[in-house]
Design a protein around this ligand. Structure first.
Ligand code: FE
Length: 191
């Protein structure tokens, strides 16, 4: 049963792949792609951008928090913020290091940051993304921007956010989630 309290089992990469198999076909928040398509497109964008492996993994996993709850797909339209950036980061922090987990945790903050500092970015946001932005606190104030930039992972989070916006193309060709299992396995923390 997938819920916010689910923890990684003995083979954490297999646990993640299984989540995509079980839950990845759900609609991605009012967009015309599924959660799995969105994740794969974000990871493919990261690869095309020459991102290091941890950021590719972060792109693949950035919305894993959406796969951990049973809220309806139109929850933002009902005024519900699922805080998926926090639940997702918590879910993977026992598996991966901060180079993977922190951009995941910060990818909503990165949207709030970019909408404050880049009018062109805000103009590109889809309708569902604007709806969720308002639930997530809207564009950052100047103080919030400064605090955000003091986080050592802020730039990675901003890069991830740009992949996130690109990853909403119906029918785009990508690798499969299985094809990322080796990359994920190499990033698993060794005790
Ligand atoms: Fe996303």
């Amino acid at each position: 049963m997938a819920d916010g309290k689910t923890t990684a089992a003995a083979d954490p990469v297999e646990t993640i792949l299984q989540l995509f198999r079980d839950r990845g076909t759900s609609e991605y928040g009012g967009e015309s792609v599924t959660q799995e398509e969105h994740a794969l497109q974000a990871a493919a964008c990261a690869m095309a951008d020459g991102a290091h492996e941890a950021l590719v993994a972060a792109a693949l996993l950035h919305d894993i928090g959406h796969l951990l709850h049973d809220l309806p797909e139109d929850a933002p339209d009902e005024g519900i913020d699922d805080h998926h950036e926090n639940s997702g980061a918590r879910f993977i922090e026992s598996i991966f290091g901060p180079e993977v987990c922190e951009p995941v945790r910060l990818h909503v903050a990165a949207k709030r940051y970019l909408t404050a500092v880049e009018p062109e970015y805000r103009a590109k946001l889809s309708e569902p993304s604007i709806t969720s932005l308002m639930l997530q606190g809207g564009p950052m104030s100047a103080e919030e921007q400064e605090a955000f930039r003091s986080n050592p992972h802020w730039e990675a989070a901003v890069r991830l956010r740009r992949y996130d916006e690109e990853a909403k193309v119906p029918g785009a060709r990508t690798p499969t989630v299985e094809e990322f299992s080796e990359l994920l396995g190499q990033l698993v923390k060794r005790a």
